[in-house]
Unconditional design. Structure first.
Ligand SMILES: *[C@@H]1O[C@H](CO)[C@@H](O)[C@H](O)[C@H]1NC(C)=O
Ligand SMILES: *[C@@H]1O[C@H](CO)[C@@H](O)[C@H](O)[C@H]1NC(C)=O
Ligand SMILES: *[C@@H]1O[C@H](CO)[C@@H](O)[C@H](O)[C@H]1NC(C)=O
Ligand SMILES: *[C@@H]1O[C@H](CO)[C@@H](O)[C@H](O)[C@H]1NC(C)=O
Length: 407
């Protein structure tokens, strides 16, 4: 998989030189990364005076790290605690380095990383390839090498690199250049790219060579329309997401909004189940201090997490649409010749939709048949041959997900 390539990194204003890099080769993200990220839930809230518990600050990150450990999230695999935009001061320091806002991060980033590491977790941070971040903070343009070194010096473990206020033609050079500088620090730093950000002309082969995870579309919002829109986008296999996703590099449909305000419990199951089917990064963005019990249990569902973390890392693809295109049927192969199938109901009104399919419709081809269990509960749904009828009832905006093991 790894091969040498040569590129000339010209970023509008300076020539980096000829550099030689392999495919992203930091040994990270062999299964989809799991963790927590500030953005969807806490945005660019910098008002620690009036809203001290919810502003982007070291206290918020520490509180979430505490809950990830104390409430069982770490035990099931959540690991990266990530800060998104709006953490630095509006100006770089005299040495050209980024400065964490001293009112909100009074202990500094190194101390925060030490705290997070002390809990057995990892710390993620955010920057932008452009002149400014989306929130108007200093971007990495002109400072790629300095910023990579700064993050390594602080003990950062993941960098989310955004694309606001930048020239899209430069991504092809700029993102590999940043990956090169991260590599040069000698610290393995998971590289989370906003490249391609839904641009259909993007070279996914080059993106996979550069990034451990890559965002495929606009920001997720706290709503069914947003979540289903992403499922629909992946269903159409735009830009070959499933072709390029695999150990070391994963298409990223954006954060989980499970436990927030906008989704019903059925819809939360659908997002979580489909993010598992898509072998997506699982980055929660929820207030872990007051999450509903049922949402917490869902995020810690070991049966679904095992699908997400299956070491083969094959992303689900759309098998068919049924019932006037209201039911989407996805399948994904799992290790040991198992098959996971998911039925998603686009409709969010009325009654459950009852479907009958043949085993062979979802790829159950083993002539000896399969034992089939519910993907969420692991309860048996029965034993089926390729020719058997399988009946499922899919709730409005809900999901039925099963795992078939060959006999
Ligand atoms: C840097 O890249 C080299 C060659 O591709 C690789 O062997 C090494 O593990 C990488 N180091 C880090 C810290 O990512
Ligand atoms: C895409 O990137 C790969 C390197 O990862 C390169 O070999 C290939 O030529 C590129 N394709 C196009 C159309 O630029
Ligand atoms: C990628 O997508 C394009 C356009 O949708 C399609 O023509 C091509 O066959 C796809 N390639 C793969 C490997 O899926
Ligand atoms: C949520 O779980 C906690 C501890 O497991 C329990 O004390 C509490 O009563 C539960 N809340 C509800 C609303 O069920």
């Amino acid at each position: 998989m790894a091969y040498k390539k040569e590129f000339l990194a010209v970023i509008t204003f300076f020539v980096i030189a000829f550099v030689y890099v392999d495919a992203v080769n930091n040994g990270l993200a062999l299964t989809p990364p799991m963790g927590w990220l500030t953005w969807e839930r806490f945005r660019c809230n910098t008002d620690c005076t009036n809203d001290p518990d919810n502003c982007i600050s070291e206290n918020l990150i520490k509180a979430m790290a505490d809950h990830i450990v104390a409430d069982g999230y770490k035990d099931v695999g959540y690991e990266y605690v990530c800060i998104d935009d709006c953490w630095p001061t509006k100006e770089r320091g005299p040495d050209g380095r980024l400065v964490p806002d001293p009112d909100r991060f009074p202990s500094g980033m190194k101390a925060l990383a030490d705290y997070v590491h002390g809990k057995g977790l990892k710390l993620g941070i955010y920057e932008d390839f452009g002149h400014y971040t989306c929130g108007g903070y200093p971007g990495s343009e002109f400072y790629l090498k300095t910023d990579a070194q700064t993050f390594a010096d602080w003990g950062i473990d993941l960098l989310k690199f955004d694309t606001c206020n930048s020239n899209h033609e430069d991504f092809t050079y700029g993102f590999p250049a940043m990956e090169f500088f991260l590599n040069q620090t000698g610290r393995p730093i998971l590289f989370s790219c906003e490249w391609p950000h839904g641009e259909s002309s993007s070279n996914f082969s080059a993106i996979r060579d550069t990034c451990n995870i890559w965002r495929t579309g606009a920001d997720v919002q706290d709503s069914w329309d947003s979540v289903f829109g992403i499922i629909d986008f992946y269903a159409n296999n735009k830009d070959n997401f499933s072709y390029y996703s695999g150990p070391g590099g994963w298409a990223d449909p954006d954060m989980l909004v499970v436990g927030d305000f906008g989704l019903s419990y059925e819809q939360e199951r659908t997002q979580f189940g489909m993010w598992a089917m898509f072998a997506s990064p699982l980055l929660m963005s929820v207030d872990l201090r007051n999450i509903r019990n049922e949402s917490k249990a869902l995020l810690q569902n070991k049966n679904i997490l095992a699908i997400n973390q299956d070491p083969m890392g094959k992303q689900a693809t759309l098998k068919m649409k049924m019932e006037d295109d209201n039911i989407y049927v996805f399948t994904r192969p799992l290790t040991n010749n198992r098959i996971a199938a998911a039925f998603v109901n686009k409709n969010n009104n009325g009654m459950p939709t009852r479907l009958t399919i043949k085993g062979s419709d979802v790829g159950l081809s083993n002539q000896n048949g399969y034992n089939v269990v519910d993907g969420f509960t692991a309860q048996s749904m029965g034993s089926f041959l390729p020719t058997s009828d399988i009946v499922v009832n899919v709730n409005p905006s809900g999901i039925v997900l099963f795992v078939a093991t060959p006999k």
